[in-house]
Design a protein around this ligand. Structure first.
Ligand SMILES: C[S@@+](CC[C@H](N)C(=O)[O-])C[C@H]1O[C@@H](n2cnc3c(N)ncnc32)[C@H](O)[C@@H]1O
Length: 230
């Protein structure tokens, strides 16, 4: 597949068209779920915070849907994705191999944050991952991500919302069926306090609803260092 050839189509259709181009022709349930994901997740709203010339670290990248969409949009710098699931990373690599133009995409399996690349990165993304992390380590998981945001860089966080309760319950049921997991929602205020404690500034907050799924999108910027202390 050529990002050049499909870029215009993907841009017109946004994430829905892009996901179909990346995964629509592949067999298997995981591929099928990728091509439908933009119908339940505000992916275009997330990706608009990622510029074309940024180095990107995608934490919990799954099958590489977001990195693949960035390439289709003409993203030109390197994107690194990590995920705890070997089968998700295998599909991400398979997807990346089908992209022409040798995009700088790399995917690795990581079981702990200690295995993450040190960075720093211009953009650190964490999309629909934190509710899968055990509560005892959720805060350190976020702090380890924040530590990888470069000066002048950005943390783009999206997760399922705890309110309205009916939407939260619907998503809980989704994860029980799809991931066979009892998820643990995190209050966005906790993420905001971790980000500010790590020296980042809130840039954007929005709430989105698609079908019966509710989402919180939070964006934080790390100021560029302008003064060196003696
Ligand atoms: C709902 S998927 C989101 C995938 C991707 N971010 C997206 O938006 O398409 C959540 C992903 O988080 C991954 N995950 C869960 N725990 C993780 C951990 N400790 N480290 C890295 N990835 C993890 C899962 O394997 C899964 O692929």
């Amino acid at each position: 597949m050529s990002p050049g050839a499909h870029e215009a189509a993907a841009a017109v259709g946004g994430a829905r068209e892009g996901a179909r181009l990346l995964f629509g022709a592949r067999s298997g349930m995981r591929s099928h779920l990728q091509s439908w994901r933009p119908f339940i997740c505000p992916i275009d709203d997330v990706l608009r915070w990622v510029s074309n010339d940024a180095t990107v670290f995608d934490i919990g990248c799954g099958a590489g849907l977001l990195p693949g969409l960035l390439v289709l949009r003409g993203h030109q710098v390197s994107i690194t994705g990590v995920d705890a699931s070997p089968s998700a990373i295998a599909l991400a690599r398979e997807m990346a191999e089908c992209l022409d133009g040798k995009p700088s995409l790399s995917f690795r399996v990581t079981a702990t944050t200690a295995e993450w690349p040190a960075g720093p990165f211009d953009i650190v993304m964490m999309v629909d991952v934190l509710h899968h992390i055990p509560p005892a380590v959720q805060q350190s998981f976020v702090s380890d991500a924040l530590a990888r945001v470069a000066p002048g860089g950005r943390f783009v966080y999206k997760d399922m919302a705890r309110r309205p309760l009916l939407h939260a319950a619907a998503n809980r049921l989704h994860d029980l069926v799809i991931a066979r997991e009892w998820i643990h929602y995190v209050d966005p205020a906790v993420v905001t306090s971790l980000a500010t404690a790590a020296g980042l500034r809130p840039r954007h907050v929005s709430h989105h609803r698609q079908w019966w799924y509710a989402h919180d999108l939070l964006v934080f910027d790390r100021p560029v260092r302008t003064h060196e202390t003696p």
